[in-house]
Design a protein around this ligand. Structure first.
Ligand SMILES: [Zn+2]
Length: 219
């Protein structure tokens, strides 16, 4: 996949990201690429400042890290892994969601979700996605532009200010890290593997990144 910077400045790149999200992405990337591999990615992506220097594990937006840097990491990992870019960034997204689930349980009300396993699967999925979006809303406030749509046999998770591709243009959808995070979170919650596909991406000029999540489990 060819990923470049957008010719015009993307204002979303300037949005600040939750400190812990960059930390977890870096920890997950280190687990997959190795310490020296990640150091190469960081140096090639203008992120030298993060070599051996991860942001604090804090669920707040300190303003120290922005979406543009997060997107540089995701694009840099694609470059580094070449043809394995999709599967590796998907895996990194899953791993970083593991850290997130552990640390955000209270803020996102995850205990109640696990207790919802008795409900029909589509209801569980909807509750999970809603909990995720309202958790992000608590952290980001006004800067967040996410919503859910019911599309019959699928739910659509719509993000008009996606951090993974902020400021980037690509020749295909590129936000596999978030696809992986959705997989991990919903699998943890429901115990089921669902079909999750990013169907639109801001990196392709769409107004939002959109993921469709099946309401029935994968065969
Ligand atoms: Zn995106």
């Amino acid at each position: 996949m060819a990923i470049k910077n957008k010719p015009e400045h993307d204002p979303i790149s300037d949005n600040a990201i939750v400190d812990a999200y960059m930390r977890w992405a870096l920890m997950a990337a280190e687990e997959v690429a190795g310490k020296s591999g990640l150091a190469i990615v960081l140096k090639q992506s203008g992120l030298e400042t993060f070599v051996d220097n991860y942001p604090a594990e804090e669920l707040r937006v300190s303003g120290k890290v922005n979406f543009g840097q997060y997107a540089n990491l995701s694009a840099g990992l694609f470059d580094f892994f070449g043809r394995a870019g999709k599967s590796m960034t998907l895996r990194i997204g899953r791993l970083s969601a593991k850290y997130a689930i552990e640390k955000q349980s209270a803020l996102f009300g995850l205990g109640a979700l696990v207790a919802s396993k008795i409900l029909p699967l589509p209801t569980q999925i909807k509750m999970g996605l809603e909990a995720m979006q309202s958790g992000f809303r608590k952290l980001y406030g006004e800067a967040l532009h996410v919503r859910l749509e019911d599309r019959g046999d699928k739910f659509a998770y719509i993000d008009e200010a996606c951090a993974t591709c902020a400021g980037k243009q690509a020749d295909a959808v590129m936000c596999y890290a978030f696809t992986g995070a959705l997989h991990e979170a919903l699998q943890w919650q429901t115990g089921k593997t669902l079909d999750i596909v990013e169907v639109e991406c801001r990196a392709l000029g769409a107004p939002a990144c959109v993921w469709e999540i099946s309401k029935t489990p994968k065969e």
